[in-house]
Design a protein around this ligand. Structure first.
Ligand code: GDP
Ligand code: MG
Length: 755
């Protein structure tokens, strides 16, 4: 089977093409740097199968970024049969710069002119025949997006791969052309792609020089003696200029722009004037985030109920009357996210009610009813009920990413990130962390500095992932119910996300100025054009998420809730205990054992006899974060008196009942959320971190998670609970500091001078 590598600039459509060729569903993002590592798949669409390798996006083949090194080593060492060089035809000149480097390697190359659909829309034209002649390599027009030209590309690739090609260079008419051929001549017996290596050596490429020491010193000598025209010049800059000049002179004529010039402000540029504005950029981002959370979690959509009180009252009244209308209204109109949530909730509670009734009418034993209702359905439904909101949230995030907006946010944030000791590159993995920590941790490979990378991996779980969302939603909902707070769950959830990010940045600053000092990876990114997100890509993203979530719910989470139920309904000598006597169960004695640990965080000893449920929830969260709320759901109807086994309490209701029964305070609730958000993530994420973090740093990472969550939780509880004493002490400290500073200014220390 022949092997073909896909190489091209970031964001030129490599992954889209990879998916089109292999039928895979790899992550496509309107974002440079999505593909960090190479990825393989088989294309069966041509006359013979092809092994396709998707390489990370690169602008050149110098060794300045991890992506460049991965791509270059792959082509040189693994020697694919052919390289498909994907060229974004809406950015022809810049993309062909890489082509001039690829053509120097001894490998057949097919140039795929991608995004021709976009090109046509703009009214520009590329004469691919002319380009093919000038490049001396096959050129195929495609659109990875619509599938146009893919068949043709496969056929041309198969036939091109049959004929080995020797590298040629566009630098033939430059002042170093003789030096290139001399060094290449010297190297050609020991290595393939001698032209490529020769140029790199003359440029002073650090990786090349360390591998080919002898030829490197030969190249140095040549440069010294060759002729004084080039003596002392920056060869790398000279080479780069020569490439650009060549591209402009020889390849650009293939492109005809509609309006003749091309210097006009595009629509993207105009939008960017607003969205990447120095002052307004960040507030706009915060507003967009809030809008997303509002659409997903608000029970008073657009604040209609608050603005028009009579409408709010009417909503409250009809909701109380009919559960079906309760889907649409709460204390106002519900947001789309809440409508979906309520609809599913109505369905699941009808099912559990029916099942419980059925079991009772056939005279099932008490333990069987409990197991089915609390152990199985309670836990499962508690988790599944959040699926609509998770999917909706990801739908919005996927839109932001696909449209190209997220790349702008990275650009806005780079300035701030630099102050914190990070590069704007770290933003992408962090944003991915909102979905799932595991791919996010892998994506940190774009960070060249190892310490920067380790620090970033450690804080990725602080960017609350989809599995943690039920914790936020259920507790926010329970809080507004129990404390009578009004419809502010969207606000609480937004604030929790922001608080998590806040702790992440605090931790980053501390690490980067103490144990994790190091360089900041350079961040060069061109902003991709704004695009309307593709329905297919979005659907792929979401379907992936749903599949993963449901699979997890029916395997690991179901298993955990059943185990939790058993442990909470049996004593140490395997006696079944009914709900009222759960205080005698194995789980409650274990829970009470660990409970005091959480006292400083507000969900420990002060909660009394039912409080161990929170401690157990936090511990089961170490397996999968969905377990936290599932566990509360399983245990709530048991420990909270006044409920019987057939009234399965889930999610929000379970939390509300638990708050009432344990007397946990608001600060305790927030501390509980933060503890779960910052502490050791789920099993799978821990394994990913172990694989990505350098040896010896892993155990410190675990410790870091435990310490951060404990400290943050304690801080929140202390401040929230003892706001006055804390404020007074802070004021005292502030005044004392001010006095000391003032005193020192007035009486500067006398500096003794020695002659
Ligand atoms: P990569 O970084 O090179 O892997 O690029 P991706 O495959 O992730 O694609 C970058 C963006 O370009 C995505 O938003 C794609 O939907 C979009 N895209 C890719 N190919 C085409 C195409 O042929 N036409 C258009 N209009 N958009 C495309
Ligand atoms: Mg990609």
């Amino acid at each position: 089977m022949i092997t073909v590598a896909l190489a091209g600039n970031p964001n030129c459509g490599k992954t889209t093409l990879f998916n089109a060729l292999t039928g895979a569903t790899a992550h496509v993002g309107n974002w440079p740097g999505v593909t960090v590592d190479k990825r393989e798949g088989v294309c069966k669409k041509g006359e013979q199968p092809i092994n396709v390798v998707d390489l990370p996006g690169i602008y050149s083949l110098s060794p300045y970024t991890p992506e460049e090194v991965v791509a270059r080593n792959y082509i040189l060492d693994s020697k694919p049969d052919c390289v498909i060089n994907i060229v974004d035809s809406t950015n022809l000149e810049r993309n062909l710069y890489l082509t001039t480097q690829l053509m120097e390697m001894d490998v057949p190359v097919v140039v795929a002119l991608n995004m021709t659909d976009e090109l046509e829309k703009r009214g520009d034209k590329i004469d691919s025949k002319l380009l093919e002649e000038r490049l001396g390599m096959p050129v195929v027009r495609i659109s990875a997006f619509t599938g146009y030209g893919i068949k043709d590309l496969i056929n041309r690739t198969i036939s091109t791969a049959k004929h080995p090609r020797k590298g040629i260079s566009v630098l033939a008419s430059t002042s170093i052309s003789d030096a290139i051929s001399e060094v290449a001549e010297r190297m050609k017996d020991e290595i393939s792609s001698p032209v490529f290596h020769a140029i790199k050596l003359l440029e002073g490429d650090s990786v090349e020089r360390s591998v080919h020491k002898k030829s490197a010193s030969y190249a140095d000598k040549l440069l010294l003696t060759f002729n004084d025209k080039i003596f002392g010049k920056d060869i790398e800059a000279l080479v780069a200029n020569a490439r650009y000049d060549y591209v402009t002179a020889n390849y650009s004529p293939a492109l005809t722009r509609k309006d003749g010039s091309g210097a006009k402000l595009t629509k993207s540029d105009k939008i960017d004037r607003v969205l990447t504005h120095k002052v307004f950029g960040l507030p706009i981002f915060a507003l967009i985030l809030f809008a997303i959370f509002h659409l997903t979690f608000a029970e008073d959509f657009l604040f209609l109920g608050a603005i028009i009180p009579s409408f709010g009252e009417w909503c409250g009244a009809v909701t109380a009357e009919s559960p079906a209308l309760g889907i649409l209204f709460s204390s106002g109109l519900n947001s789309p996210g809440v409508m979906l949530f309520n609809a599913l909730d109505l369905l699941t509670s009808t099912i559990s009610g029916g099942v419980a009734g059925g079991l009772e009418s056939v005279g099932a034993a008490e333990w069987a009813v409990g197991l089915v209702n609390d152990g199985i359905l309670g836990g499962l439904f508690a988790v599944l009920s959040f699926l609509p909101q998770i999917v909706l949230l990801f739908f919005f995030f996927s839109m932001l990413e696909d449209s190209g907006y997220m790349a702008r946010v990275a650009f806005i944030l780079d300035r701030i990130f630099r102050r914190l000791g990070l590069s704007g590159r770290a933003f992408m993995p962090m944003i991915m962390g909102f979905g799932c920590s595991i791919p996010a941790m892998v994506n940190t490979r774009t960070l060249a500095d190892e310490k920067e990378r380790t620090a970033t991996i450690r804080v990725i779980p602080f960017f609350s992932c989809g599995a943690k969302l039920p914790i936020l939603t259920a507790i926010a909902g329970g809080m507004i119910g129990a404390f009578g707070l009004g419809q502010i769950s969207d606000l609480i959830v937004t604030l929790m996300y922001i608080l998590g990010m806040f702790f992440a940045f605090v931790a980053i600053v501390i690490m980067r100025s103490t144990t994790m000092r190091g360089d900041i990876t350079p961040f060069i990114m061109e902003l991709p054009d704004y695009r309307a997100p593709g329905a297919k890509t979005t659907a792929f993203h979401l379907w992936d998420k749903v599949k993963h979530f449901i699979k997890k719910a029916f395997t690991i989470i179901l298993a955990s809730t059943i185990i939790v139920w058993f442990l909470s309904h049996f004593t140490w000598n395997w006696q079944f205990v009914s709900d009222e006597k759960m205080g005698l169960s194995i789980l409650s004695s274990l829970g009470m054992l660990v409970q005091p640990i959480f006292t400083p965080l507000g969900f420990g000893a002060q909660l009394g006899s039912a409080g161990w449920v929170f401690a157990v929830g936090a511990v089961t969260g170490l397996i999968a974060k969905e377990n936290v709320i599932a566990t509360l759901g399983t245990l709530a109807s048991a420990v909270v008196s006044g409920f019987t086994a057939n009234e399965a309490l889930e999610g929000v209701d379970a939390v509300e009942a638990l708050i009432g029964a344990t007397g946990i305070t608001g600060a305790g609730c927030i501390a509980f959320i933060m503890f779960n958000m910052l502490t050791i993530p789920c099993f799978a994420a821990v394994a990913a971190a172990k694989a990505e973090i350098p040896k010896g740093k892993f155990k410190w990472t675990l410790l870091f998670w435990i310490a951060s969550s404990y400290i943050a939780g304690t801080a929140i509880y202390t401040v929230g609970e003892f706001i006055w004493p804390v404020a007074i002490w802070l004021a005292v400290i502030a005044v004392a500091t001010a006095v000391i500073i003032w005193f020192n200014k007035k009486n500067p220390k006398k500096v003794l001078r020695t002659a």
